[in-house]
Design a protein around this ligand. Structure first.
Ligand code: AMP
Ligand code: GLY
Length: 423
């Protein structure tokens, strides 16, 4: 079986690595991939949004299944592109069709979906440039902090949380009128601030049934104690210790089940991962956001805990036979620490030679922003490499990752030394 994975980050290296462990020994291709995927698969140097080139690579390499890593191609309709093309329509694509990918592509769409299906989330209203003054009035009815969200995809930067009413009004205008996030902020969702601890739940659905995958918590800020700028994610742990049975039952009954049922009711075809970002308010879960893909670096802790053969799991999604599969999980805790380039998430340099990661034995090394340069591996992004380890608890798992990180070097290397500090 030939499988093509779209993407180039730690998430895609992890998925590809897990597929490579399958007893079905699939032949793996990654577009465009990184230095890590190059070792276990064939990298194809094409972009994830170049659908014509992806089709050509699919035909040339006799691809039997496509697994989509990032949200962009899903929101742009890569799954629909396959379904609408006679030559490739029979090839299963893991990832929702465009209409359902709007759960991530439009915050307003996601909010309306949750309202329609009674899924707990923050109260909200949405505004456009024409309704700016109503937006101001709505802000005046709320208490600080104020949460402003660009409706569309904004590379993880589209959410602003502001303490001052006047600043919130100024930012609302900048988003709507000055197009701070381009067309992504033509509409802005203003919502009630929710106070609590965050976690993420991952669901794999075939559009009929579903499996709830392990929970994870990621650490988004660059600085220790959750300070400084937001990043794509500096580390993660799975499972989340406070997500006990009772809380998970609430998540299941109030959120996961109505989400999958809602997709069916609304005729939104969905075969793929649903990433539900949650916040625990008091004892109750509320949805902060949906993503239509796995998280990164959450994948680096969730995937290694899945013991079920990943090829069989994905094939069951394609065949809508998920209900016939047993999901077997590793009960240990997994933790990952992300190594990042100096300066990230602001300006940083690329092309720094990396050493020491090849010798690591008791952790899993997942490449993110790396590439091969001659006989060297060099940095090629802000988030460079995730080091995942197992333990009986997250402290133990982290200890192994941190010990191994000491063997890795590259110019400017930075990482958070306090993953799990809030648990
Ligand atoms: P998002 O881009 O939707 O993941 O939002 C980024 C971050 O903003 C989330 O991870 C939360 O930490 C925070 N956030 C989003 N919505 C809210 C809310 N309604 N109340 C409190 N924090 C929020
Ligand atoms: N780690 C957050 C995300 O993947 O969106």
């Amino acid at each position: 079986m030939n499988i093509l994975v779209l993407g180039s980050g730690g998430r895609e290296h992890t998925i590809t690595w897990q597929l490579s462990q399958s007893k079905h020994s699939p032949k793996l291709f990654v577009a465009p991939g990184n230095a890590g995927t190059a070792k276990i698969a064939t990298n194809i140097p094409i972009g994830v949004n170049d659908f014509d080139a992806i089709k050509a690579a699919t035909l040339e390499n006799n691809i039997d299944m496509v697994v989509v890593g990032p949200e962009d191609p899903l929101v742009n309709g890569v799954h629909d592109y396959y379904l609408n093309d006679q030559e490739i329509k029979h090839i299963p694509v893991l990832g929702p069709q465009k209409a359902a990918a709007e759960l991530e592509g439009s915050k307003e769409f996601a909010k309306k979906f949750m309202m329609r299906h009674g899924i707990p989330t923050a109260a909200y209203q949405s505004f456009s440039a024409e309704t700016l003054s109503e937006g101001y009035s709505f802000l005046e009815t709320l208490n600080a902090p104020y949460v402003l969200k660009a409706d569309g995809l904004a590379a993880g930067k589209g959410v602003l949380i502001l303490n001052d009413l006047n600043e919130a009004k100024r930012e609302l205008k900048t988003m709507l009128v000055d197009e701070k996030f381009g067309s992504a902020s033509t509409t802005v969702v203003i919502e009630e601030f929710l106070s609590g601890i965050e976690l993420s739940v991952f669901v794999l659905t075939d559009g009929k049934g579903y499996k709830v995958l392990p929970t994870a918590k990621d650490y988004k800020r660059i600085g220790e104690d959750d300070t400084g700028l937001n990043t794509g994610g500096m580390g993660a742990i799975s499972p989340v210790p406070f997500a006990d049975k009772e809380f998970m039952n609430k998540i299941h009954d109030q959120i996961v089940k109505p989400t999958v049922e809602g997709l069916k009711t609304d005729n939104l075809p969905y075969k793929g991962f649903i990433f539900i970002g949650l916040i625990k308010v008091g004892d109750d879960p509320k949805v902060i956001e949906y993503n239509v893909r796995m998280g990164d670096p959450e994948t680096e802790v969730v995937m290694p805990r899945i013991k079920t053969d990943l090829v069989e799991l994905f094939q069951a999604v394609a065949d809508q036979k998920l209900d016939e599969i047993d999901l077997e999980l590793d009960n240990r805790t997994a933790a990952t620490v992300m190594l990042v380039s100096g300066g990230y998430p602001e300006a940083y340099q690329k092309g720094k030679e990396m050493k020491g990661f090849d010798a690591i034995e008791d952790s899993l090394v997942f490449h993110a922003g790396t590439k091969i340069d001659g006989d060297k591996v060099v940095t090629d992004g802000g988030r460079v490499m995730a080091i995942t380890s197992f333990g009986d608890n997250f402290e133990q798992a982290l200890e192994v990752s941190y010990k191994n990180i000491h063997n890795i070097t590259f110019d400017g290397m930075n990482y958070r030394k306090d993953i799990g500090f809030d648990l």
